[in-house]
Design a protein around this ligand. Structure first.
Ligand SMILES: C[S@@+](CC[C@H](N)C(=O)[O-])C[C@H]1O[C@@H](n2cnc3c(N)ncnc32)[C@H](O)[C@@H]1O
Length: 298
């Protein structure tokens, strides 16, 4: 008898195996290697006849199109059922320009939501300190600092980013930026020293778009860390395809969950599939304009 999680992972990998031709090659190879010919003929005929607006609706509502082939319907319904993304637009007051002057709309949206989520959890868990790993130019810390008077520490392997980030903080604020690289083979003690503050600090660890190996390294450390000193981790991963792989091409750190690993069995998730995992969500696809589609077709 499988647990809900085991069943969930099995269902996901069954879907990924069955439709491997959709995700396992680089996007451009879909056409260059004639991969598209593997799609069922009735899917191709149906897709070929869709208007741009119908194409936009395909991921979320394509199954209710009167001409949608039954097999495509069940594929779309199964994708929707297994998706864990909260795919609804959220509305919120935009961040003030003074916090993130030259930040694009998408990033502002992200910073806005993440900041409020982080500070509410810091309040609940009595965190007095936030460490942002892979802080880049320090936008997230600046937005957090605008909400609460917390101790703020930014860590990034790029020294230029750290130095630029530190210029935008008040020198008396107590915030600091350290140019350090968190390597996959760092010991628990090294990471404790790097990330945890003094005896009385309760540190929230955050990481927004930390690429490749960075996220599994943080997650593994956090699983072992002292929960009194580090009660909170909020990590938004990206660029999964940059995780290192072993000699046989399989990812060393994917999956971290043993339940997921058992369900994965011998199936290998390709770098292209991992790359696709951090692309557009259905809701963003839905809002593609005709010009956006034209641009992609070029
Ligand atoms: C995609 S950027 C995200 C920057 C910032 N968090 C944001 O959302 O704007 C990833 C950042 O992580 C840093 N980084 C990547 N690997 C790292 C590592 N192993 N240790 C420290 N910083 C790292 C990079 O230098 C880069 O600034």
């Amino acid at each position: 008898m499988k647990t809900n999680e085991e069943q969930y992972f099995h269902d996901i990998f069954d879907l990924l195996k069955k439709y491997e031709y959709v995700h396992s090659l680089r996007n451009i190879d879909f056409f260059l290697q004639d991969q598209w010919k593997k799609l069922p003929n009735d899917w191709l005929l149906f897709l070929n006849d869709l208007t741009r607006d119908e194409l936009n609706q395909l991921p979320r509502n394509g199954h209710s199109h009167p001409k949608c082939p039954e097999t495509l319907k069940s594929f779309l319904i199964e994708c929707g059922r297994l998706s864990v993304l909260i795919d609804e637009p959220l509305s919120m007051q935009p961040l003030p320009n003074t916090i993130c002057k030259s930040v694009k709309q998408k990033k502002r949206h992200e910073l806005n939501h993440l900041t409020l989520f982080i500070v509410s959890l810091c309040d609940q868990l009595n965190c007095n300190r936030v460490v942002d790993i892979g802080c880049g130019l320090g936008h997230l810390l600046r937005a957090i600092g605008n909400q609460r008077p917390l101790k703020l520490v930014g860590i990034d392997s790029d020294a230029a980013c750290c130095s630029k980030a530190s210029t935008s903080f008040d020198v008396h604020s107590g915030s600091e930026f350290r140019s350090k690289t968190i390597t996959a083979n760092a010991t628990k003690q090294q990471l404790d020293e790097m990330l945890l503050g003094n005896e009385s600090d309760r540190t929230a660890i955050v990481s927004l778009h930390g690429c490749g190996e960075l996220q599994p390294t943080i997650l593994k450390w956090f699983a072992e860390a002292d929960r009194v000193k580090a009660p909170l981790l909020i990590a938004v991963a990206c660029c999964y395809h940059k995780m290192s792989s072993g000699k046989d091409g399989t990812s060393i750190n994917f999956p971290l969950s043993s339940c997921c690993s058992t369900a994965l069995d011998t199936f290998r998730v390709s770098p292209s599939s991992l790359r696709l995992a951090c692309q557009e969500t259905a809701i963003r696809w839905e809002s593609q304009s005709h010009e956006d589609h034209d641009k992609h077709e070029r």
